[in-house]
Design a protein around this ligand. Structure first.
Ligand code: PLP
Length: 673
């Protein structure tokens, strides 16, 4: 809604529907968030009762819980899982796609134990799997999935310890698929599998030619740091053909980048991947799974036509239709069997479920700092002149652009004179304050009148008035801590007041945080106008709490910082120069980095619990005679050793480093199986 329309609405009653439209809730709310008759934001999923968010916040306050607070709506997680599966079910039915669909949740998007548990519980009916991309994630994921059928896809670079754990899990009968990112990783995996006498079963991530747009575009295309090139794939295929183990390659994977803005990009990427699949089938390799990765986007923004990085130009159903129909058509043309389809959607499953609530602590700025002024005979002539201009802009009925501009120039000149007079000691502090208040009042009136004028005809000085008149609302939170992507890459998140939405929001504010950093502010708001730097809010009232909701925080944000991919704090050394030392320096302190168990503890996974789950899995396999007891004990010992290890990879266990398995690799690769 334009400012002109907001102004027009002053003249009639503002309703909850107006607020919904004004804050673009239809664009980003996913159908879960709306405004109720009390003027509060509410959350509703399917037939469950609506939850009044402001009431939740008041209840939290009554219980003495500190704010800001992150609210997780677990029902939304379950709903997203259902909706994703329903969309693919419908697409498969419409395209008569014979093979199944399996959703896989990449836990890096939000590793919180409760989040993963909720997704797994809701996904049980659909055999939803997990995807992990680091050591700590693998340690957690392998113990979380109780059944053997659900997929666990292991992406990212892996050292030998990780590959070993993957093989251990495969020995336990789990459906774990390591996805190799480099030819050397394939070689090491192959060698390790042979050493242990396990049949190789793996996937390949392809570096496609197609790349997406936006901040995450580098996850795909020629410049991507992940995935094997087409020529490396050909090399892998020749080894498999040479050793007659073509069925070892069970999965083809690509990831075009998170938050794909344009459906055409997805269609192109999937087409390229599907072509690789059918050509492999023609060569006698028929991977069971085709994994199109993550990237299903979320509308953070009000942009409706794509292009903007934080909006998407498709629906969930269109996404599913595109994947299914593209693969289906290519397989039908090539007369090859359709593969089981996999998506690794993370953002789309989790973004909506979490909401950050921040209290406004106070306001400052033109609107908040300046009170109404009644000009008297005792005032300085400069104040009287400003008073005349104010009367003129408020009382004159039809003022045009030229008159408004003139009034603005008059007011600006008088205020400048008043400031000069104050600096010279000719004007009192009180008079200077009155001059400022009158000036901002005049600007507000002019700005309100310009709202009725076609913005294309506005002179620049008047067009920039809205930005000049914005207040600052100080809020109790840290942008760096809680909205990392806004701080780092300027991503826009929906923000709006949680209450008084049946009142016109007649103030404009930029939300600033408590930190003393100049970038500790929310500088972009959902709007059709990309330049908009403010939010329409209500004037604060004494003694009445006023809260803002920052929405769609559930993907990447509330888990980011040091905990991204659960890699954790790196080790630190403190070094001093000293010419008395042989090397000219000494190390004063070594602070060890995080261990896998520290990182897991941050997201509520505890060693005892995970190890107990893993022991149960091993015991069941031993009882079922799938494993010898001694093998089971070895697997458990290796698993336990992960908890005190570094979450980072061990360079000695990576390709190109000397080490036990380096020799084993070359030995194994030289000999046919
Ligand atoms: N799969 C892989 C390999 C990824 O790197 C990512 C994240 O970038 C995802 C899945 C999740 O992507 P999204 O959250 O966009 O669905």
């Amino acid at each position: 809604m334009t400012d002109a329309k907001v102004t027009a609405l002053h003249s009639r009653r503002w309703t909850s529907a107006d607020a919904q439209a004004h804050f673009h809730m239809h664009a980003w709310g996913g159908g879960y968030f709306s405004v109720n008759a009390a003027g509060h934001v509410q959350m509703k999923v399917d037939d469950l009762p609506a939850i009044d968010v402001r009431q939740v916040v008041d209840e939290i306050a009554r219980r003495g819980v500190d704010r800001p607070v992150l609210i997780r709506f677990q029902d939304i997680l379950a709903a997203r899982v259902r909706e994703l599966n329903a969309a693919f079910q419908q697409a498969r039915e419409e395209c008569s796609y014979a093979a199944p669909y399996r959703a896989v949740y990449p836990i890096k998007v939000n590793q919180m134990h409760e989040v993963v548990d909720e997704i797994l519980e809701a996904g049980a009916a659909y055999e939803l799997g997990l995807e992990c991309g680091s050591k700590a994630e693998l340690v957690a994921a392998v113990a979380l999935q109780e059944g053997d059928d659900a997929l666990l896809i292991c992406n990212g670079y892996k050292d030998d310890a990780m590959l070993g754990l993957v093989l251990d899990a495969q020995s336990l009968g789990k459906n774990v698929v390591p996805v190799v990112e480099k030819f050397e990783e394939f070689e090491r995996l192959y060698a390790l599998a042979r050493q242990r006498g396990i049949a190789l079963r793996f996937g390949v991530r392809l570096r496609l030619g197609v790349s997406s747009a936006g901040h995450w575009a580098d996850s795909s295309g020629d410049r991507s740091k992940f995935g094997v090139s087409f020529s490396q794939l050909v090399d892998i295929v020749s080894v498999l053909a040479r050793d007659d183990c073509r069925d070892a390659l069970v999965l083809l994977h690509c990831h075009l980048g998170s938050q794909i803005p344009n459906i055409m990009t997805l269609a192109e990427g999937v087409r390229e991947l599907a072509q690789v699949y059918v050509q492999l089938c023609n060569d006698g390799i028929a991977p069971e799974f085709l994994d199109v990765g993550g990237g299903l986007g979320v509308n953070y923004d009000a942009g409706v036509g794509g292009g903007a990085e934080t909006s998407i130009n498709y629906t969930l159903q269109e996404y599913a239709n595109t994947v299914v129909s593209t693969v289906g058509e290519i397989c039908a043309t090539a007369k090859q069997p359709a593969p089981t389809l996999i998506t690794e959607s993370g953002r789309a499953l989790t973004a909506h479920h979490s909401l950050l609530v921040v209290p406004a602590l106070g306001a400052s700025g033109p609107g908040a700092d300046h009170s109404d002024v009644i000009v008297t005979d005792d005032d300085d002539p400069l104040i009287k002149a400003l008073g005349d201009t104010l009367r003129w802009v408020t009382e004159e009925p039809a003022i045009g652009v030229r008159e408004l501009l003139e009034a603005f120039h008059d007011a600006t000149a008088r205020r400048r004179d008043a400031s000069g007079a104050f600096r010279m000691g000719y004007l009192s502090l009180g008079q200077k304050a009155r001059a400022d208040s009158l000036y901002f009042k005049i600007c507000e009136c002019i700005e309100r009148d310009t709202g009725k004028i076609d913005w294309r005809t506005l002179p620049l000085e008047l067009a920039t008035l809205p930005d000049m008149l914005v207040d600052q609302y100080l809020c109790d939170f840290s942008v760096f801590q809680s909205m990392l992507d806004h701080w780092a890459i300027g991503q826009c998140f929906p923000v709006m007041p949680l209450q008084r939405l049946d009142e016109v929001p007649d103030r404009r504010a930029m939300l600033v945080d408590l930190t003393c950093d100049s970038d500790g502010k929310i500088a972009r708001y959902v709007s059709y106008d990309e330049q908009r730097r403010y939010l329409d809010v209500h004037a604060l009232r004494d003694g009445e709490p006023y809260y803002f909701g920052i929405f769609l925080m559930g993907a990447y944000q509330d888990i980011m910082g040091d905990a991204h991919n659960l890699f954790g704090r790196v080790s630190e050394v403190h070094v001093y120069a000293d010419d008395e030392e042989d090397d000219g320096f000494y190390i004063e302190k070594i602070l060890p980095g995080s261990q896998v168990q520290d990182m897991l503890g941050q997201v509520q996974y505890f060693p005892n619990d995970l190890q107990r789950r893993m022991s149960d899995i091993v015991r069941r396999k031993v009882q079922a005679k799938r494993l010898r007891a001694s093998e089971g004990v070895e697997i458990l010992d290796r698993y336990r050793a992960f908890f005190s290890a570094s979450p980072y990879l061990d360079p000695e266990q990576l390709p190109g480093e000397s080490g036990v398995s380096g020799e084993a690799v070359s030995e194994a690769m030289d000999q046919p199986a």
